[in-house]
Write a protein that binds this ligand. Structure first.
Ligand code: ADP
Length: 248
């Protein structure tokens, strides 16, 4: 097992755009149930790394495994989502004209590839899942509200809920607390700590106090590879990290 029991395993991954190495021999792995935060200056390659994991961008070289058996480079973007990797972009993309319930229901249908969604009824297992997700994302009392009327934070939680409906093994989240109030940020930290263990999470964030509350290990990307890794205190004390944040 080349992945050593890791849920996500990248080794020596590189990709260039017009001769520019956006990802440069990147090696990184995530343990099952881990919540890993990724930080790094603009242009470090964080988005490109997520694009590679989700099959949106194909690397020029390297190894990308999901669990010990799935070679992600052999799969297309749509297949990778089906395999159990959910991705959330920074901006929430919920269906504003639908209720919270309908958004979650739709996320399930999309997964099952049901074309005639009007004819689709949730079975009891799916209803239970939906109820559980509603509770997890703190939106049980808002189940009948139009998504468009939710606060920014609630929309973000709903979108995470939509991913959870598909029960992903790995969740990739891009700046989940950007634009949130302090209270929403605190509730999001609580949410992530609930998800951890059952799911593996990779979170790109800039909010250091948020990171401190949720993550044991932080990976610092710079120039397309890992510059440092450790606890937040360790990486923040690392002179190379200080230099890339302050020296540019
Ligand atoms: P981050 O998310 O850490 O800010 P990105 O992954 O977006 O970094 O970008 C890494 C580098 O790769 C940047 O210099 C960016 O300009 C470049 N880059 C990313 N995607 C493309 C692309 N499709 N074509 C050309 N250059 C790209």
């Amino acid at each position: 097992d080349i992945t050593h029991g890791r849920i996500l395993y990248l080794e020596d991954v590189s990709v260039s755009f017009d001769g520019f190495k956006a990802i440069n021999k990147l090696s990184l792995d995530i343990a099952p149930g881990e919540l890993r935060c990724i930080i790094g200056p603009n242009g470090a390659g964080k988005t490109t790394m997520m694009d590679i994991i989700t099959g949106k961008t194909r690397p020029d070289s390297g190894t990308v495994f999901f669990g010990s058996t799935i070679d992600l480079l052999r799969h297309r973007e749509a297949e990778i989502a089906q395999l159990g990797i959910g991705r959330k972009f920074q901006k929430p993309t919920v269906f504003e004209q639908l209720t919270v319930f309908e958004n979650l229901e739709l996320a399930l249908k999309t997964n099952k590839g049901v074309k005639h969604s009007m004819l689709f009824k949730l079975d009891s297992e799916q209803s239970d899942r939906l109820a559980e997700v509603l509770e997890t994302i703190h939106l049980r009392d808002s189940v009948s509200r139009m998504a468009g009327n939710l606060s920014h934070g609630q929309k973000q939680w709903l979108e995470i809920g939509m991913l959870l409906m598909q029960d992903p093994k790995l969740l990739l989240l891009d700046e989940p607390v950007a634009g949130m109030t302090d209270e929403e940020t605190a509730r999001t930290a609580e949410l992530f700590l609930t998800l951890k263990g059952k799911h593996s999470l990779m979170v790109v964030e800039h909010d250091m106090s948020f990171i401190k509350t949720i993550s044991e290990i932080v990976t610092v990307l710079c120039d397309g590879s890992v510059l440092a890794q450790g606890t937040l205190d360790e990486v923040q004390a690392d002179e190379r990290v200080i230099e890339v944040y302050l020296g540019r």
